[in-house]
Design a binder for this molecule. Structure first.
Ligand code: NAI
Ligand code: MG
Length: 372
């Protein structure tokens, strides 16, 4: 029996292209793993009315972790129109499978390293090494939202919050509410993961990115919990920043920062900013990590216009594979893989279109595999 059982979720669009690239690298590494292909994505929404079939969740439960490539999501009306005729008018609602995977498996850490590889023509600077820890299950993306604002909720809010006077005289039908729910445990566990990472990899600070001066209760809770956790890590400083200023500082002096930690939406935004500093979507990888399961993926989507052309940059997918190896404890392989990526980029001979070259997806993957 193989040491690991790993689910592969290519999804659709360029998902298949970059998953094929990841397989080239995994085969070369000869990781002792059994790979299980699973169904996810647009095709299964259209055919079955479910982009994340129950059988996929069952398979994932029998695996150590998963590699996910990309899927297409379309707005409500379009999604309904593309359903198979027999599934039309059944009240089926499309929900993002990746958001659901994060919830089903409680994958509360979104790990997004953004490292500049020397020689990458898309780098903003060559000395950037940022690692964003984004809370992945709570906050503004938890889906507790209302429009119109229900009267019973409005009544309670009017009584409990003096600040509701700002909305006096506005009809509930004209008010939308998205909640930002933080829990103490939610704050603690993401901050702890960031500090543990800083300790493991020798970073001297962790930067908390929030907005406690304005969002006093949720960001405030995160800051208070972070201070307590920081006290447990003597050699590592906690830097507290506001998200708006941080966006500016990350452009001005990205080399001054290392590990960043933030809530769901702020973390989403600053990690995209950080990713663009080191080459953008072709280089941005992430891990959705819980206590017992994890799903690794490139940050990019299915880029339908390039689907099946084997043209896009596989580096993001391959760096997601590196994150998976590290998480499995195969850090020696993970390091070798990153070094092979670094060498391929530094040599500059094999480049995909986004880097100004004309090599294909599999050619780039093969170049990386050759340098392993
Ligand atoms: P996208 O990330 O798919 O592509 C945007 C553009 O970025 C592409 O047209 C291409 O120019 C470039 N790009 C993306 N990946 C690249 C790569 N590996 N190498 C080189 N260039 C690359 O985002 P878009 O167009 O907004 O969304 C397309 C579909 O993907 C939508 O249906 C969207 O919902 C879905 N999506 C899925 C995600 C996921 O699977 N986690 C994440 C983001 C979007
Ligand atoms: Mg995003």
């Amino acid at each position: 029996m193989a040491k690991y059982r790993i689910a592969l979720m290519p999804g659709d669009g360029i998902g298949n292209d970059v998953m094929d690239a990841a397989k080239i690298v995994l085969d070369k590494l000869a990781l002792d793993a059994e790979y299980v292909n699973t169904d996810i994505g647009w095709e299964f929404w259209c055919k079955e009315g479910e982009p994340l079939p129950v059988r996929t969740i069952s398979t994932l439960k029998e695996c150590d972790c998963a590699l996910f490539a990309a899927i297409t999501s379309k707005p409500k009306e379009e999604a309904a129109r593309e359903l198979a005729p027999e599934l039309q008018d059944k009240g089926l609602v499309y929900r993002s499978p990746i958001v659901r995977l994060r919830q089903v498996f409680d994958l509360y850490t979104n790990l997004r390293p953004c490292k500049a590889f020397k020689g990458n023509p898309l780098n903003y600077r060559d000395d950037i090494d940022l690692v964003v820890f984004r809370e992945n299950t709570q906050g503004l993306y938890s889906g507790v939202e209302f429009h119109p604002l229900p009267e019973e909720l409005r009544g309670v809010l009017d009584i409990l919050s003096p600040n509701m006077t700002a909305f006096q005289g506005i009809a509930s039908a004209d008010i939308a509410l998205s909640t930002r729910i933080f829990t103490r445990q939610g704050c603690q566990r993401i901050v702890r993961r960031a500090f543990e990472y800083a300790k493991q990899f020798g970073y001297s600070s962790v930067t908390l990115v929030e907005k406690p001066n304005v969002i006093r209760e949720t960001s405030g809770l995160m800051v208070r919990e972070a201070r307590k956790i920081a006290a447990e890590y003597p050699g590592i400083e906690l830097w507290e920043t506001n998200v708006d200023a941080m966006a500016m500082w990350l452009i001005k002096n990205p080399q001054n920062y290392g590990v960043l930690v933030s809530s769901n939406m702020f973390g989403d935004i600053i990690s995209d900013l950080a990713a663009q500093l080191v080459g953008g979507l072709g280089f941005a990888a992430s891990g959705n990590i819980g206590d017992n399961f994890a799903v690794f993926e490139p940050t990019h989507g299915s880029a339908p216009k390039y689907a099946g052309q084997y043209k896009v940059n596989p580096t993001a997918m391959i760096l997601a594979t590196k994150l998976m190896l590290d998480w499995l404890g195969e850090t020696e392989m993970g390091t070798r893989l990153e070094q092979a990526v670094a060498r391929t980029i530094a040599e500059g001979k094999v480049c995909t279109y986004d880097m100004g070259g004309n090599s294909g997806t599999l050619e780039m993957a093969q170049a990386i595999a050759d340098r392993l």
